[in-house]
Structures are given as C-alpha cells and as structure tokens.
Design a binder for this molecule. Structure first.
Ligand SMILES: Cc1cc2nc3c(=O)[nH]c(=O)nc-3n(C[C@H](O)[C@H](O)[C@H](O)COP(=O)(O)OP(=O)(O)OC[C@H]3O[C@@H](n4cnc5c(N)ncnc54)[C@H](O)[C@@H]3O)c2cc1C
Length: 389
C-alpha cells in the first residue's frame, strides 16, 4: 500500500480531530493519519451547526459526556494554546432553557432528578423567573421552564480548528483525500482504506468519524448502522427593537429554538426526518414554521429581517437518536463515532477522550461510553433520550 499508519481516522471534523488530538495528547506514539475529503469543510456538519451546549439530557451517559465536555470547553483557550496563541471559541455561558407548558412539567421534574443525581445544576423556573431572564417573553401559555445556567453556546468551527491545529502539532497527518472503501481481510480484520485517487493506506485500526457520510461508507463494506443523513436549516435575522438582555439558548415547546449570534439572532426548528444530502435553505420554511412561533413568544420578533440562512446535515440515528460510539463487533480494528443526531458538537471532547482510551487501553477510564456501543441495537439495549428535537 502507498501509505502506512497505526491509526486511520476517516473524517477530520470536530469528532475525528478530537480523537486525533486526544490519542496523541494521551501518549499514543504510533502514526495517526486523518483523511478529510472536504478541505474547506464546506459541507461538514460542524461549521453549520447551531453551537448549542447543554446538560439538560435525560440519560446518564449523555449527561456524563456533557459534564466532561463542559470542563474542556471552559478551559479550551488555555489548554489548546499553541505558541502563545489561544483559540477563542466564544463560549457564552448564558444558559440553556427549555420552556414548558403545564403538561410538560411532570416529565421535566423527572428529568431534573436524573440531572441532579449527575451533578447538573438545573432548576425549574416559574413565570416570574422566566421574565427576569427574558423580560420580553410571552409566558401566557407557559407553566415554567427547565434551566441550566452553566450551558449556552459556542463557536464550533473554532473548536474544530483548535483540535486540528493541536493534533497536527502533536504529529497527526491530515491528508485531504476521500476514502472510497474500507479494506478488510479474509479473517475480518481491518487492513486499511482505499482512496478515491486510487491510493491505499494500511493500518490495523480505522476510526470512522465520517459524520453524515460515515454510515454509507460502512454499508459499502456490509457493516450497517441505523443512520440517515437528514437536513436541518438555520435562519439568521435581526429585529428592529433590540432585546433587553442576551438570550440563553431557548427551546420553545414547539421545537423552535433561538439564541443570539453576536447582536443578531439565529433560529431553527425540529424538521421532519428525510434522508437527503440537501444543503438548500428556504425562506418559506422560516415564514411558515419558525416566524409565527418567534413572534408569538417575543413581541420584538414580530418585526424582523432575515439576514441569511443555511442548511447542514444531521447524522440521524433512527433507532434511539443518540451517538454510536465504540468498537464494532465482527471486524477487528474497526471503531466508529457517528449517529450524533444533532448533539455531536457538544459531545466532541468526551468522544475523543473515550475513544483514545478505548483504542490505547481497551477500556473506558474517564467516561463510560459503553451504553452507546454499536452492538446495543442487536442486544435491544437502546439508549432512549427524551430531550432530542
Ligand atoms: C443545522 C444543525 C444544527 C446543529 N446544532 C447543534 C447544536 O446546537 N449542538 C450540537 O452539539 N450539535 C449540533 N449539530 C450537530 C453537530 O453539527 C454534529 O453532530 C457534529 O458537528 C458532528 O461532528 P463530526 O465531526 O462527527 O461530523 P462532521 O463535522 O460532519 O465531520 C465529518 C467529516 O468527515 C468527512 N468525511 C466524510 N466521509 C469521508 C470520507 N469517505 N473520506 C474522507 N472524509 C470524509 C466530511 O467531509 C466531514 O468533514 C447541528 C447540526 C446541524 C446540521
């Protein structure tokens, strides 16, 4: 084969680059090669995401990943500084807020108990407290909201670049070529990958971090995952009358969410799942699905101007809407981290740490990611997360 490595990572997005960084930072001395087909990251999900970070999950594994990742993001600038240059990931800990109708309160109370058991300082706010947080909020149909002040939003592209730069500094090689096939020998062991340009690269360990494209590549080798690529849009807008305070990332009971982006705002909604690589965005969708909710929730949003929009792709796990992380049974040396279903940006630090440990030592030490193992589908051990939109 033309190239050789000890570990190949397919996909140099936030998760692939976090795996590369963590492996080398944790002392792995082998050669790590990252293949990335989209050098400008034009279509990768990471730069197209909403940057939301939350701990308001309902499963322990997702909360554990968030707790770990929160700590990393809080100290990212210092810990990822290179040659005195600190990456600015713009982490705004303005809180994460799920607004609740009367009907939603009992399940939010149940979720809060799980969160408290795992160290998350979530609180149920009443209408007055909601209005303290967002003075312009229409609370007439709300019974309260579940709030976590430590969470918020950040710049996913800068996190990704921080990981890439540091991984390269530690010796990872980034090759901007598309992997067209996995090479598996007759004993079901990973041998390497074939590239679109015809070259091959040998390695005993392959980590598939190919995002919305990862499961397709795997399927070509006959290794199937319940993941479809599903498009999601984001709309950026301004409003004539500025809000009194900067917003937490706020999730309306309808699934419409909004937050500040600088002094402007962005919003998105829970779109129906459809399997497509469609990067177009439609003004009409904003007008039909998002604007009425925004205008009903905050009076300032009755008069607004769309600045731009974009779409990205969720790697959507159709079975339990959670990441699939770990070693694949049946093929020695094959690891995956995909299926994030819209919350993979915030999980990247924990994913990288976990896979670094699994690959180097054969077990998880810092965070137990085993509930997200690929074999959970065959074992009927789904990880059902209620709070996914
Ligand atoms: C509109 C939208 C909003 C979102 N909002 C949030 C949010 O608020 N919070 C959150 O945590 N998450 C959010 N997400 C999800 C988040 O963006 C993803 O879960 C996360 O970015 C996944 O990172 P990744 O590195 O796994 O994938 P990606 O960033 O997609 O990276 C995968 C990379 O693999 C490369 N690749 C794929 N196949 C190959 C191949 N065969 N050969 C070589 N390279 C290959 C691709 O080019 C790509 O660069 C959102 C997503 C979208 C679309």
């Amino acid at each position: 084969m033309e190239h050789q490595a000890d570990v190949i990572i397919i996909g140099g997005g936030i998760n692939g680059s976090s795996v590369a960084y963590n492996l080398l930072h944790d002392g792995f001395t082998g050669k790590v090669v990252v293949f990335e087909k989209d050098k400008a990251y034009e279509y990768a999900s990471t730069p197209r995401c909403a940057g939301g970070f939350r701990q308001l999950y309902t499963t322990e594994v997702n909360i554990r990943i968030s707790r770990y990742s929160l700590n990393v993001y809080k100290h990212f600038a210092e810990e990822m500084a290179l040659n005195g240059e600190k990456p600015d990931i713009g982490f705004k800990q303005r809180g994460y807020l799920f607004l609740a109708t009367e009907k939603m309160i009992p399940s939010f109370e149940k979720n809060m108990a799980v969160q408290h058991r795992n160290g998350v300082p979530s609180r149920l706010l009443d209408s007055d407290e909601l209005r303290d947080l967002i003075p312009e909020l229409n609370v007439s149909d709300l019974a309260g909201g579940l709030y976590c002040p430590e969470s918020g939003y950040l710049d996913a592209y800068s996190v990704m670049q921080g990981y890439i730069k540091y991984a390269r500094h530690l010796g990872a090689e980034y090759i901007y070529e598309e992997v067209s096939a996995l090479i598996i020998d007759e004993h079901d062991r990973m041998k390497g990958v074939r590239l679109k340009n015809g070259d091959t690269c040998a390695a005993p360990v392959i980590v598939n971090c190919g995002g919305a494209w990862g499961a397709d590549l795997s399927a070509q080798a006959g290794i199937l995952f319940p993941i479809v690529p599903s498009p999601r849009q984001i709309f950026q807008f301004t409003c004539e009358k500025k809000l009194t305070r900067h917003l937490p990332l706020t999730m309306d009971p309808t699934g419409v969410y909004f937050r500040h982006e600088g002094e402007q705002l962005i919003a998105g909604y829970s779109e129906p799942i459809r399997s497509a690589y469609d990067f177009s965005w439609r003004r009409e969708d904003f007008i039909e699905h998002v604007w009425p909710v925004l205008a009903g929730r905050i009076v300032n949003f009755e008069r607004l101007k769309i600045v731009r929009g974009w779409a990205g792709i969720y790697d959507y796990n159709t079975e339990d809407h959670n990441a699939i992380i770990g070693k694949c049974p049946g093929v020695e040396g094959y690891y995956v981290a995909f299926g994030f279903s819209g919350h993979g940006m915030q999980q990247a630090p924990g994913v990288g740490k976990g896979l670094s440990e699994l690959i180097r030592t054969g077990k998880y030490e810092t965070i137990d990611l085993s509930p997200l193992r690929p074999e959970r589908f065959a074992e009927h051990q789904l990880v059902v997360e209620d709070a996914i939109y």
